[in-house]
Every structure is written in C-alpha cells, then in structure tokens.
Design a protein around this ligand. Structure first.
Ligand SMILES: [Zn+2]
Length: 127
C-alpha cells in the first residue's frame, strides 16, 4: 500500500468524522459505528478520494472541478456536510479549520490550455 499524503489523510479523517457525527445524531448509532447506509456512503467517499486524480493538490471535494461522485452519492454527501460541517468546529476544531484552509486552495483543472500546445489525448478515462 502506498504511503498516504498528509493532505489526503486529513481529508479522509474529515470525511469520516463528518459522517460519524451525522450518523450518530441523525440515525442514533453509537460513537464509532455507522448504519449500513452511512457505511456505504463512507466507503464510496473514501474510494473516490483514493482515486482522485489531483491527490495532494486537490481542493476540498465540494469545490472540485471534477464531479466524480455519482448524483445520488453527491446528494447524500452534501447533506452530511451541511449537517456536520458546523458541528465539526466544536468536535474537531483543528480538522475543521484546516479543512476551511484547504477550501481556499484553488481547485486544479486537469488540463491547462495555455500550457498544453498538443491536443488532449482522445482516450477517456473509464471513470
Ligand atoms: Zn447513518
């Protein structure tokens, strides 16, 4: 398993913390446990993060130029973040503040027209 960049590890912990807060308060699960639906969402979110083409250069997922979430999951994760975002400041202030700082990063784009004189490759990613 490759070494995880601190930037991604932080993003992962932020997502996990938000889903945990949401599930505990909305679905009544004890701390450290997730209901089946939230577990599915977490697995999906972490899977997307692991495959993120930007990796440590990424902004936060909500600001990303590449919408890699499928619509249903995107809707669910937005609901979790809307609920858990403000609560993160109380429960995980360091993570929350660092997430806010990450959010200020400019989201990278996959191709920069001015720097790539050759046409982009024709093949599309299977994602
Ligand atoms: Zn839940």
């Amino acid at each position: 398993m490759p070494v995880e960049h601190p930037r991604l590890r932080r993003e992962r912990r932020t997502i996990q913390s938000m889903i945990e807060i949401y599930c505990r308060e909305q679905h009544g699960l004890p701390e450290g446990k997730l209901c089946a639906g939230c577990q599915e969402l977490e697995d999906y979110a972490l899977g997307r993060l692991a495959r993120c083409p930007f990796q440590e250069d990424k902004s936060v997922c909500a600001k990303c130029a590449v919408h890699c979430y499928k619509p249903e999951m995107r809707q669910r994760v937005r609901e979790v973040m809307r609920y858990a975002g403000p609560r993160m400041l109380l429960k995980h202030p360091v993570l929350a503040v660092r997430h806010l700082l990450d959010e200020r990063r400019k989201s990278p784009t996959l191709k920069r027209r001015s720097e790539s004189p050759s046409p982009p490759p024709k093949s599309h990613s299977p994602l």
